[in-house]
Design a protein around this ligand. Structure first.
Ligand code: GDP
Ligand code: MG
Length: 163
């Protein structure tokens, strides 16, 4: 079948924004309230001659201050189990937080390749902060901004290479 690319990360880092940005239209709900993406959203992408399916999930971990957490955990587990590639999104505006380390740990011993994406790297002044996510152990982060349309071509090429 079509390769599955799961987008994971703690709430509010911009996972749904990333999906919409790559899709070029509003597929997933974006909200500044953490944990708003309740269901999984799948979107069939084409880049050059390649097809892959992007999967947006809810946040990972326990930052959601409501009963959705277990549901979201289950979605993440499912995404991890069935994904050919995991896009691990972090937030350059907040910088590295404990929750990112917890997510990173959960992704560490998987056979599935992981790309670390430093979203909200809105301009060059944030590049150094973004580079600190290299500490998470998933390679040098790919710097993007869905808001400022930064780094899309690089990201799509990296996804295609990894599949
Ligand atoms: P999710 O919970 O990980 O799916 O995050 P969302 O996609 O819902 O986005 C959370 C918040 O981050 C929203 O207020 C977005 O507008 C904002 N956001 C997303 N991408 C960027 C970005 O590149 N730069 C900035 N500054 N904000 C962003
Ligand atoms: Mg979301």
């Amino acid at each position: 079948g079509v390769p599955q690319v799961a987008i994971v990360g703690r709430p509010n880092v911009g996972k749904s924004s990333l999906l919409n940005w790559l899709a070029g239209r509003r597929v997933a709900v974006v909200d500044n309230k953490p944990g708003i993406t309740r269901d999984r959203i799948l979107y069939l992408m084409q880049h050059d001659d390649r097809f892959f399916e992007l999967i947006d999930t809810g946040g990972m971990g326990h930052m959601d201050a409501d009963q959705l957490t277990d549901d979201i955990e289950a979605q993440i587990t499912l995404a991890i189990d069935s994904a050919d590639l995991i896009i691990f999104v972090v937030d350059t505006r907040t910088g590295l937080v404990t929750m990112d380390q917890e997510v990173a740990k959960r992704l560490r011993y998987l056979k599935t390749p992981v790309l670390c994406i430093a979203n909200k790297t809105d301009d060059e002044t944030f590049d150094n902060t973004a580079d600190e996510f290299g500490k998470l152990g998933h390679g040098a982060p790919i710097k993007v901004s869905t808001l400022q349309n930064r780094g899309k071509a690089v990201l799509l090429n990296r996804i295609a290479e990894a599949l």
